[in-house]
Design a protein. Sequence first.
Length: 300
Amino acid sequence: MRAVVVKRFGGPEVVEVVDASLPEPGPGQVRIKVAAAALNPVDAAYGGGFLVPLPEDGLLGLGWDVAGTVDAAGAGAPFAAGAEVVALAYGPAPAKAQAEYVVVDSTAVAPAPASVDAAHAATVPLNTLTAAQALDLLDLSPGSTLLVTGAAGAVGGYAVQLAHRAGITVAGVAGAADEELVRSFGADRFVERGAAAGPFDAVLDAAVLGADALAYVRDDGDYVGVIPQAGPPGVRGIRVQVVEVAADGNRLAELVKLVDAGVLTPRVAHTYPLEQAADAYRRLAEGGVRGRLVLVPRTG
């Protein structure tokens, strides 16, 4: 099969598409024939050497988000061949979701949404789980006030939608051109990037503003970040937490139902053939993408 990997750390220039061995599922695992795999900032961080070391075999696969069809299942796996699924390919491996096939634990898998195509489905797992698990850490009651930075982005947009659904009063921070988009997610208030606002009961810092985001939070309020082990020091009694996304197929299945119900809105900015992975990573590095970039392997 073909797989997107890095053999050395760097920027988009180190991204390669190589021939790799077809992986075999073990007990409790499934192999997915990939229909689409989204790019996320964590993929660029992996390729840049910021999160994990290069394995001894010199190959580090890329891709956490996948949509496709189960084509083989290990003993005890609850998904049969032919099932259309989405999954979170968590952690380092020689080949991951950005490949023609990927093996994942069945506990990370959920039925695919029926209302969107594979490219849109592939944008769901990592970002919806991150947003949902970040909101779990905040544990806000209906009527509480929350500010979401990066509200026009993938994690931030999903966080606004989930918080709005939970009865939380949500403000979203983004550039002026994104006001209509952020309000369409259910934001009760729009805050232009750089403007003062608040204080709010909590902030979900999807834009990774760090210490600057604490200015939005009331004394003894809450902050949750999205970069593991990178939260700012707490001030004024603010409780600082950072979400480290966990693969959770049951929770992902609930979030997929919200996609089909129209509560969550997957967004695709552009699709690329798998062989053009380096081009997709160059576009990701440029920034300013609204929706996810998605790699689509050849069918057949």
